[in-house]
Design a protein around this ligand. Structure first.
Ligand code: IMP
Ligand code: MG
Length: 184
């Protein structure tokens, strides 16, 4: 897909290679995920736990497509510095204050790359006696060698390129793009 004129304004002229998922494609898929999640949780308390910062736009769109009672909280983990390669060094900078015991926990992630972030979080959250623990990822690169818990809800099987926009960053830039583009 060709880049819109506004890309130059939004990025300050930094070139993006191409749009991989445009805003309409994302909106349609997020609505489908919301329906699937609604059906998957017929009862019980549901806590949608967004992994910041990358999931902030996806999560805000997703929860508005889920037609059942739910609560929202966030986790802040940092795994990447300014690079485009996963460091595997996952630090938890904010831990949700909500009690997870007895609740369905849906962990919302922007993208699964090496899976190191999720593996660490699944161990950590699983130890808090949730009623269930599932993962919803907007994008999945399917390159992880070992995932302790495979994502139950996946938006798109993503190419191996480094993607930005719709919450995803490169060195904290591009999160505000309404579409997902590849950097290279
Ligand atoms: P993992 O631990 O390698 O699975 O990395 C997960 C985190 O790395 C994601 O939550 C993103 O913040 C970041 N990440 C991985 N791949 C990309 C990408 O293509 N674009 C932007 N961020 C990425
Ligand atoms: Mg990031």
């Amino acid at each position: 897909m060709t880049l819109p004129e506004t890309a130059v304004k939004r990025t300050g002229g930094q070139p993006l290679a191409r749009i991989v998922y445009d805003a309409d494609v994302i909106a349609r898929r997020v609505a489908e995920l919301g329906s699937a999640i609604t059906v998957a949780y017929p009862d019980g308390e549901l806590l949608v736990l967004g992994l910041l910062k990358g999931s902030f736009i996806f999560l805000s769109d997703l929860v508005r497509q889920i037609e059942r009672p739910l609560q929202v909280d966030f986790l802040v983990a940092a795994s990447y510095g300014a690079g485009t390669v996963s460091s595997g060094d996952v630090r938890l900078l904010y831990d949700p204050e909500t009690d997870l015991a007895g609740k369905h926990i849906l962990l919302v992630e922007d993208i699964i790359d090496t899976g190191k972030t999720l593996n660490r979080l699944v161990t950590l959250l699983g130890a808090r006696q949730p009623r269930s623990l599932e993962i919803c990822a907007l994008l999945h690169k399917h390159i992880a060698e070992h995932l302790s818990l495979e994502a139950r809800f996946v938006g798109f099987d993503a190419p191996r390129a480094f993607l930005v926009g719709y919450g995803l960053d490169h060195a904290e830039n591009y999160r505000h793009l309404p579409y997902i583009a590849s950097l290279t």
